[in-house]
Design a protein around this ligand. Sequence first.
Ligand SMILES: Cc1cc2nc3c(=O)[nH]c(=O)nc-3n(C[C@H](O)[C@H](O)[C@H](O)COP(=O)(O)O)c2cc1C
Length: 163
Amino acid sequence: MRTAIIFYSRTGATRTVATALASALDADIGEIRCPRYRTGPLRYLIAGYNSVKGNLPSIEGPSVDPAEYDLVVIGTPVWTSHPSLPVRAYLATKPQLPRRIALVVTHGGHSPAETAIAELTALLPAPPVGTLALQNDRIVKEDPSDHINAFARTLMNESVTGS
Ligand SMILES: Cc1cc2nc3c(=O)[nH]c(=O)nc-3n(C[C@H](O)[C@H](O)[C@H](O)COP(=O)(O)O)c2cc1C
C-alpha cells in the first residue's frame, strides 16, 4: 500500500510527528510551505488574525501528488481552533485525495483538537480511517515515539482489514 504524508508545520512539532510517522510507515512525505507565516511573534499574530477571518494564504508544495497513493495522512497544527491556514489553503485547491485519509493534529492544549478534526473531516471524501491528536509539549518536551508508533500500527492494521 502506497502511503504519503502531507503536512504543514510552522515551528517544527507537526514536522517531527510527520517525519517519524513516515519512517514507521515507510511513507513518502510532502511538506506544504507558507512563507507568509514563517517564525516570529508578529507573524504569529497575523496568522491568528487571518485564521479567524479565514483568509487563505499562498502556499508552496507539497511535492507529492495524493492521487498516486492508497493512504494519505494529512498533518496540521491547530490555529485558533481551526486546521492551520496553509492546510486549509491546500484542501481548498481540491487535491485528488484517495478515500483512505488519516489525520495528525498537533495543538498547544488551550483548545480541543476535535473542532479542527471535525472541520478537516468535513472536507474529506470519506471519514478518516484514523486520527492522532498530540499536544505540543508531548512532542517537544517528551518522546512521542510510543504514540506515533501505536498510530502507525493502527493504520497498518486498518490497511489489512479495511480494504
Ligand atoms: C496562529 C496560531 C494559532 C494557534 N491556535 C491554537 C489554538 O487555538 N489551540 C491550541 O491548542 N493551540 C494553538 N496554537 C498552538 C499550535 O497548535 C501548537 O503549538 C502546534 O503544535 C504547533 O505546530 P507546529 O510546530 O508544527 O507549527 C496556535 C499556534 C499558532 C501559530
